[in-house]
Design a protein. Structure first.
Lengths: 442, 219, 126
C-alpha cells in the first residue's frame, strides 16, 4: 500500500531524480519549508487529528475504497508528513513517489475542505509539496513541457506570436462567412471586455474562439483581444510549483489588459486559468484583488442573458446534466448562475449529479493532472470511478449531454465517458449558445 | 498522602495551569507573528463575519457534508467534545474546589449527570482507539502523537471516574487523577491537543477564504 | 463586645433542646438537618470525640469559633453550637456558607497540621 507500490515510469520524473543528492534534497526541502511556509503549514500539520473523515471526500479514495493511501490525509502522510518528520532527510526514490503522488493523484480540487472539521487545506499542502518537487527539478515531463512553453513564449502550447494573430484572423475570416460584419478586434484600446483564452484554443480548439466571437458579435459586445503575449490566461506553472513563472504570467496577463485600458477581463470557459487569475497569481504578485476586474465566461453569459443580449432561435434539447467545475464553483460560487444559464438554453430538465454544486466530485483531470500526460492517464481514469457512477446515474435518467464549462473537466470527463462507454456528449456553454442563438443576418 | 496531595493540588496545579494558559498564549502569539511574517497573503483575507459563519456551521451536528458522511464519528466526536469540556468545568467536586481555594462559586451538574458524561468521554476515547485500529483509512495515518493525545485525554477521565466511585485505592487514585488532569492541561499547547487553541483559527481562515474570495460554502 | 454571639448562643440552646439533637458522643457523620435529604455526596465521616482525642484537641474554640461578617473570632467560643446553626446553607452578604465552612475548617486544619483527610473521598466515603 502506498505510492511506492504504484510507481509509473515518467521521463521527467526519472531524469529529475537522477540528478538529486541527499544533501540537495535536504537543503531544498528545508529552504522551502522554512522560507516559504509559515503558520498555515505549521498549524495544519500539528492539528490534523488524523481522524480520516477526509477519506469520504476524495474521488481517488472513493474510487479506491480499499486503499487508504489515496485519502487526502493519507497523501499528506506519505509526502509532507515524511518531509516534516525527517527534516528532509529522504532519498531520491522517495522524491519520485512524492512527485508522482502530488502531481498526478491530487487535483487540488479542495473537496476535502467540506470534510475537515478543523479546516485543513490539503490542496495547499499538496501545492507546497509540488513546489518542493519543482525546486528539486522533479516534475512530470508533459506538464513541465507546458511550463517551459509558458516561460519561453508566455503561452502553454508553444504558440508563436504570429500564429496567435494568424489564428484569430483565420477564425475571424471564417466567421465572416456566417456573420458578415463580425470582427475579432485586436488591440482595441478602451474596450469594455478583454477576452482571454487558454493556449489550447488557438492551437487545436479554434472553434471555441469562433464561437466566442460569434456570441460577442451577436450580443453587440465592445470587446478586444491582445495581439501580444498576455493573451493566454492558462497557468501550468501554478500547478508545477513554478510560482516565479506563475507570477510573470499573471503580470503579463493583467498588464496586457491594463495596456489596452479595458474595463474588465472576461475569461473563457476554463477552470484552472480562472483560479490562477482570480485567486492565486494576484496574491503572488501582491495584489489583494485584481488590477482589472476578472469575470468567468459563465458569469459573463449569465450577465448577457440577464441583459437580454442573447436571443435564442431554438432551445437545446434536454435533459442535460451539469458538471460543476471546482475552480468556478468551489472557487467562485457560480453554481446557481451556471444553472440559470443552462435553464435559459435547454429545453428540458437539468438532471443533477449527486452530489452536486460545491459538493460535486472532481473530474480528476484538473490541478494539472491531465497535463501530466499519457503515462498517468489510466491511473487518472481509474481514480474517478465515482464520477463514472455519477454520470451513469444521470444517463440512466435519459441524459445525453453533460454541460461542462471547463476545459480540464472536459478532458477528464471525456476520458471517463469513453472508458465506461457511457455514450454522453460534452458541451461548453458557448457550444450551445452558438448553436441555438439567433444569428444576426448580414 | 497529605504532602503528595498538597503538592499536586498546589504547586503542580499552578504549574499546569501556568503552562496551559501561558503556553497557549505564547503559541497563539508566536503563530500570529509567524502568520504575519510568512502568510500575509492569507491573513489579508481574514474576515470576522465569514469566520463566524464557518465556525457556526461546523458546530451544528450533521450540517457539514463531512459530518453527514460519517454519522457515527459525528455523534461520537460531538458527544465527546461536549462532555469533555462541560463535564470537568461543571463537575460539583471541581466547583467545590474553586469555592474552597478561591471562594468562587458557580452552578454545577448533578453528580449522576457528570458521571454519565465521564462515561461518554471514556466510551468515545475507546471508539476513537477502535477506529485507529480497525478502520484502514484511520490506521494508515495514525502516528504515535495521535495515541499520545488519546491517552492524555483518557487518563483524567478514567482516574476521575474510579476516584469518584472509590474503586481501587482512593488515595492513590485521586492523586493520579489530579496529575493526569494536570498533564492534560499542560499538554494542550504542545501536542495534537493544540487543536483546542488553533482549530478556531484554521476554521476561521478557511471560512474567510471560502466566504470572502470563493463565494462558496466550506461545510 | 460582640452582641450577636449571646443571641446566637441562646438560639442554639433552644434549638438543641427542641430537636433533641443527638449527643456528640454518638456523632459519626456530618450531616446536619440543614441539608435535608438532598446530599450530593455521602456525608463526611466524622467521629467527634475520636477525632478530638486523636487530634489532641482540648480547646473547643479551635473548631467552635465565634465571629461575624465572615471574620473568624478565635477568642469567642461557641462550644456546643452545631456548625449549621451559625452557617446557613446559602449566605447573603458576608458570612460563610455551611459547605464552604466545613471544607475550610476541616481541610484547612488538616493541611496546616499535615495530617487528616484533605481529598473529597477521604471524608465522603462510599
Amino acid at each position: 500500500m502506498g505510492i511506492a507500490e504504484r510507481l509509473i515510469e515518467d521521463v521527467g520524473l526519472r531524469r529529475g531524480v537522477s540528478k538529486l543528492t541527499p544533501e540537495k534534497i535536504e537543503r531544498i526541502v528545508n529552504a522551502v519549508i522554512s522560507g516559504e511556509t509559515g503558520a498555515r503549514l505549521k498549524a495544519y500539520s500539528e492539528t490534523c487529528m488524523r481522524c480520516g473523515l477526509c477519506a469520504e471526500a476524495c474521488h481517488f479514495s472513493q474510487s479506491h475504497p480499499d486503499d487508504p493511501s489515496f485519502t487526502p490525509a493519507g497523501k499528506v502522510h506519505q509526502t509532507m508528513g515524511v518531509l516534516l518528520k525527517t527534516g528532509g532527510r529522504v532519498d531520491a526514490d522517495f522524491i519520485y513517489g512524492m512527485a508522482q503522488l502530488a502531481y498526478t493523484e491530487c487535483n487540488l480540487c479542495r473537496r476535502c475542505v467540506h470534510f475537515c472539521p478543523i479546516g485543513v487545506d490539503t490542496g495547499y499542502i499538496m501545492s507546497t509539496v509540488r513546489r518542493i518537487c519543482h525546486k528539486l527539478g522533479v516534475t512530470p515531463q508533459y506538464i513541465q513541457d507546458t511550463a517551459h512553453s509558458h516561460s519561453a513564449v508566455y503561452n502553454q502550447m508553444w504558440v508563436k506570436d504570429v500564429e496567435w494573430t494568424d489564428s484569430l484572423q483565420w477564425q475571424e475570416d471564417e466567421a465572416r462567412e456566417e456573420f458578415p460584419g463580425l470582427r475579432i478586434p485586436l488591440e482595441k484600446e478602451g474596450a469594455d471586455i478583454y477576452y482571454s483564452v487558454i493556449a489550447p484554443e488557438p492551437k487545436f480548439r479554434t472553434q471555441l474562439i469562433y464561437q466566442a466571437a460569434a456570441i460577442m458579435h451577436a450580443a453587440g459586445v465592445d470587446w478586444t483581444m491582445p495581439a501580444h503575449p498576455g493573451w493566454d490566461n492558462s497557468d501550468m506553472c501554478m500547478f508545477t510549483g513554478d510560482f516565479e513563472m506563475m507570477g510573470r504570467l499573471k503580470r503579463r496577463h493583467f498588464e496586457s489588459a491594463q495596456r489596452l485600458k479595458v474595463k474588465r477581463i472576461v475569461m473563457g470557459e476554463c477552470g484552472h486559468a480562472f483560479r490562477s487569475v482570480y485567486d492565486v497569481g494576484n496574491r503572488w504578485l501582491g495584489w489583494r484583488w485584481h488590477p482589472v476586474p476578472v469575470m468567468h465566461a459563465v458569469e459573463f453569459y449569465w450577465e448577457l442573458i440577464q441583459q437580454g443580449r442573447i436571443t435564442l432561435a431554438k432551445k437545446f434539447p434536454g435533459p442535460v446534466t451539469v458538471q460543476d467545475p471546482c475552480n468556478i464553483v468551489r472557487g467562485r460560487g457560480l453554481e446557481d448562475k451556471l444553472r440559470e444559464v443552462t435553464r435559459f438554453l435547454v429545453d428540458g430538465d437539468i438532471i443533477e449529479m449527486h452530489p452536486n454544486k460545491e459538493h460535486n466530485f472532481c473530474c480528476a483531470a484538473g490541478g494539472g493532472v491531465i497535463n501530466c500526460g499519457p503515462p498517468f492517464k489510466n491511473q487518472r481514469v481509474a481514480g474517478n470511478e465515482v464520477k463514472a457512477r455519477q454520470l451513469a446515474a444521470t444517463a440512466e435518467r435519459g441524459v445525453k449531454t453533460v454541460i461542462t464549462p471547463c476545459h480540464n473537466c472536459h478532458g477528464g470527463l471525456h476520458d471517463i465517458i469513453h472508458h465506461h462507454k457511457l455514450g454522453m456528449d460534452l458541451k461548453f456553454l458557448s457550444d450551445i449558445i452558438y448553436e441555438c442563438m439567433v444569428k444576426p443576418a448580414a | 498522602m497529605n504532602a503528595a496531595y498538597e503538592f499536586v493540588t498546589g504547586p503542580l496545579a499552578w504549574a499546569a495551569w501556568g503552562i496551559f494558559l501561558l503556553g497557549s498564549a505564547w503559541r497563539l502569539v508566536s503563530m500570529y507573528q509567524l502568520a504575519k511574517k510568512k502568510d500575509a497573503s492569507s491573513l489579508a483575507f481574514m474576515d470576522w463575519g465569514f469566520s463566524l459563519r464557518s465556525i457556526v456551521n461546523w458546530l451544528i451536528p450533521f450540517n457539514a457534508l463531512g459530518w453527514r458522511k460519517s454519522p457515527a464519528m459525528t455523534v461520537a466526536t460531538f458527544a465527546f467534545h461536549v462532555c469533555l469540556l462541560v463535564g470537568p468545568i461543571f463537575l460539583a467536586a471541581h466547583v467545590m474546589l474553586w469555592d474552597q481555594f478561591f471562594g468562587i462559586s458557580y452552578a454545577s451538574l448533578p453528580d449522576n449527570v457528570a458521571d454519565v458524561m465521564t462515561l461518554v468521554v471514556i466510551a468515545a476515547c475507546l471508539y476513537f482507539a477502535g477506529r485507529r485500529l480497525a478502520q484502514p483509512e484511520v490506521r494508515y495515518i495514525t502516528t504515535g502523537q495521535d495515541w499520545l493525545a488519546l491517552v492524555i485525554v483518557l487518563a483524567p477521565f478514567l482516574t476521575g471516574f474510579l476516584a469518584y466511585h472509590q474503586v481501587g485505592g482512593y488515595e492513590l487514585m485521586i492523586i493520579l487523577h489530579v496529575v493526569a488532569g494536570e498533564i492534560m492541561l499542560a499538554a494542550i499547547p504542545f501536542t495534537r491537543l493544540s487543536h483546542m487553541v488553533f482549530a478556531a483559527f484554521t476554521r476561521a481562515y478557511m471560512g474567510s477564504e471560502f466566504g470572502g474570495v470563493r463565494h462558496a460554502r466550506d461545510w | 463586645m460582640n452582641r450577636t454571639l449571646p443571641v446566637l448562643l441562646a438560639l442554639a440552646l433552644v434549638l438543641a433542646c427542641a430537636q433533641l439533637a443527638p449527643a456528640q458522643q454518638d456523632m459519626k457523620t456530618l450531616a446536619p438537618a440543614a441539608y435535608g435529604n438532598k446530599l450530593t455526596r455521602p456525608p463526611a465521616q466524622f467521629n467527634h470525640d475520636q477525632h478530638n482525642e486523636k487530634a489532641k484537641l482540648a480547646d473547643c474554640v479551635v473548631c467552635h469559633h465565634g465571629g461575624k461578617d465572615g471574620k473568624i473570632d478565635r477568642s469567642a467560643s461557641t462550644e456546643g453550637t452545631p456548625c449549621a446553626d451559625c452557617h446557613a446553607l446559602k449566605v447573603q452578604g458576608k458570612g460563610t456558607a455551611l459547605t464552604r465552612a466545613y471544607h475550610k475548617q476541616c481541610i484547612g486544619c488538616h493541611q496546616a497540621k499535615g495530617k487528616g483527610p484533605v481529598a473529597c473521598g477521604q471524608c465522603h466515603k462510599r
